[in-house]
Design a protein around this ligand. Structure first.
Ligand code: GUN
Length: 304
């Protein structure tokens, strides 16, 4: 007998929603092709962090699948800041590259903030450049950062209404927590939420997660959030994806910030890891690339 207060969770299938986004982008890519435009996305990786290598490989594979011109630039782990800046300058002026990103983290001799400031804001498909952050906050977003945007798409796909919802975000990163909070508090149909942002100095985290209608875990602490910290009927979005040593073929398994088993006994809907948020992040990167190509080439397209 299960707990009478437990809910049957809907597993939010990010891979499926992402596939739909990619299909829809295919039409925009055809429109661009009709005007002789092939959207170009470059990824830059400094060093050989295995997780980062996997991520950029997946991003490049996505490009191939949808017909985006993917270019990858690999720099040695001991590359100087000047070498990276030179690559950035080349990408800023390359007419075939409409968007690019420098995979984070970078080695310690390089300051990521300085890297971001050098990326042309028009090509900053991550949406990390200060100009793009300011535009997002001012409700005039050029590029919505990919993970928060992907989560909004998941809400849309699963009819999860954020209007008036209490949303607790665990994590205050520039990549996820902060832009997510901003988007969800905005006066818009996919916002209008009351947002609480928690972090490593938050006291009584469980009190903040228990009172939420939606919990977004994005702190990189494996299985920090468990079922005891959730109320029945909560929507749980797990952004975490840590490699944990395990007796598997690869020698590791991917673990989120949420203890899926206990959380799914309380949640009305929950994202798995992998297969939840990750595929959406990548789909929205393609979305931003297509948008960048459309804007810079002056070819209007319909975006999903
Ligand atoms: N590292 C982890 N996530 C991201 C991302 O969305 N963009 C970049 N550039 N690096 C990352």
């Amino acid at each position: 007998m299960g707990d009478p207060l437990s809910a049957m969770s809907t597993i939010i299938d990010g891979a499926q929603v992402a596939s739909g986004v990619r299909d829809d982008l295919g039409e925009a890519i055809e429109t661009l092709a009709d005007h002789g435009v092939s959207p170009g996305l470059a990824t830059v990786l400094v060093g050989d962090d295995p997780a980062s290598e996997t991520y950029v490989n997946m991003k490049q594979r996505d490009c191939e699948e949808v017909g985006v011109n993917g270019v990858h630039v690999d720099l040695d782990g001991d590359a100087s800041p000047a070498e990276l800046y030179e690559t950035i300058e080349e990408l800023n002026t390359d007419p075939e590259i409409h968007g690019y990103l420098v995979q984070d983290p970078v080695p310690e001799q390089i300051e990521y903030g300085e890297v971001i400031r050098r990326i042309s804001p028009e090509k900053d498909v991550d949406g990390f450049h200060p100009e793009n952050v300011a535009r997002l906050v001012a409700r005039d977003a050029r590029f919505k950062p990919c993970t928060p945007h992907g989560i909004q798409k998941l809400f849309e796909a699963y009819d999860i209404d954020t209007e008036g919802a209490d949303v607790t975000i665990v994590g205050r990163s520039s990549i996820v927590g902060k832009p997510m909070a901003n988007l969800l508090m905005q006066k818009s149909v996919d916002g209008n939420a009351t947002v609480t942002v928690c972090h490593s100095r938050t006291t009584d985290l469980a009190e903040k997660t228990r009172r939420a209608d939606i919990v977004i875990a994005a702190c990189g602490v494996t299985e920090l959030i468990d079922g005891s910290m959730l109320s029945v009927g909560t929507t749980v979005i797990d952004v975490g994806i840590s490699r944990v040593e395990a007796d598997t073929e690869k020698g590791y398994e991917l673990v989120g910030d949420v203890d899926f088993e206990s959380a799914s006994e309380k949640a009305s809907a929950i994202t798995p890891v992998p297969g939840g948020v990750g595929p959406m992040t990548r789909a929205m990167l393609l979305y931003n690339t297509v948008m960048a190509a459309s804007e810079s080439e002056g070819v209007p397209v319909e975006l999903p």
